[in-house]
Write a protein that binds this ligand. Sequence first.
Ligand code: R5P
Length: 327
Amino acid sequence: MGRLVLYAGRSNPDLAEEIASRLEMRLSKATIEPFPDGETRVRLEESVRGTDVFIIQSTCPPANRNVMELLLMIDAARRASAQRITAVIPYYGYARQEKKLTGRVPISAKLVANLIEAAGADRILTIDLHAPAIEGFFDIPVDHLRSAPLMADYLRDFLPPNSVVVSPDVGGVKRANRFRHFLGKEASLAVIFKERPEEPGSPEILGMVGDVEGKTAVIVDDIIATGETILRAAELLAERGAQAIYACAIHPVLVPGVVEKLNNSPIEKLVVTNTIPIPPEKQSDKIEVVSMASLLATAILYIHKGLSMTTLFKEVEEKWRAERQPA
Ligand code: R5P
């Protein structure tokens, strides 16, 4: 495989720089700018001929701009004779439109996958897809990293042994249980049941299975966007007598207004990752960010060297276990 080359779109410059610095490399220079008519113009300023190119771009808001940038950068790399192109997509946008909930709607997550493949990507590296089945929307290899070990590591110190991990909906039970496993405490699991309307809008909470009274609860979800899911779950937990409430959302989409609601909520801390940057106006003392740079950098190196990703996952788990062995 040719030389490793890193490029980044404009979606998440800090994460891209951090990945490059972990790899003791620099990002190759790209020009990405709007044409006067609003179209995007891309030029890769350094040669990629015969190289192993990684293009880092979250397809977070502004999603359409960021998807288009990614597609144009992949196309540019392919036409400039890159040997292999990996799209590193820490947050895969459009993932919540992955099935038809009603008639005459697209399956947007599949369309975006088709576009990325058609542009010329050879493989995908991503973190916690909203629905793991999205891996199958691609006919190229997808390396799907999980943030649970790093998130659980971060939250462990805040959580007493009698904690309860809460999934805010049935679809998130596996994710919450994986988090519980990595927490390594005698934590229990609770699940909130909700019903989503067919049209976009507030889901109705139907009930909860599990006991939270007098316990520290940690809500585990993949995304916080409007905050409806996590904030309503937190209200329910407070009503049911939870002693302290934490929340963990992997991808901080954070639409305008949600941080104010978070600040006025019973949630003590919201732990997120840096798959999506948080601009200064959305920062809060309640939000803690866990970096995914080292995980992504290691995965990039493994892919480049042709090492087994299963080995990487095992190594992460073994390291985690070793650190928890009594001396
Ligand atoms: C739903 O299925 C997802 O896992 C998240 O719970 C949801 O997307 C969060 O969005 P919001 O913050 O707008 O409720």
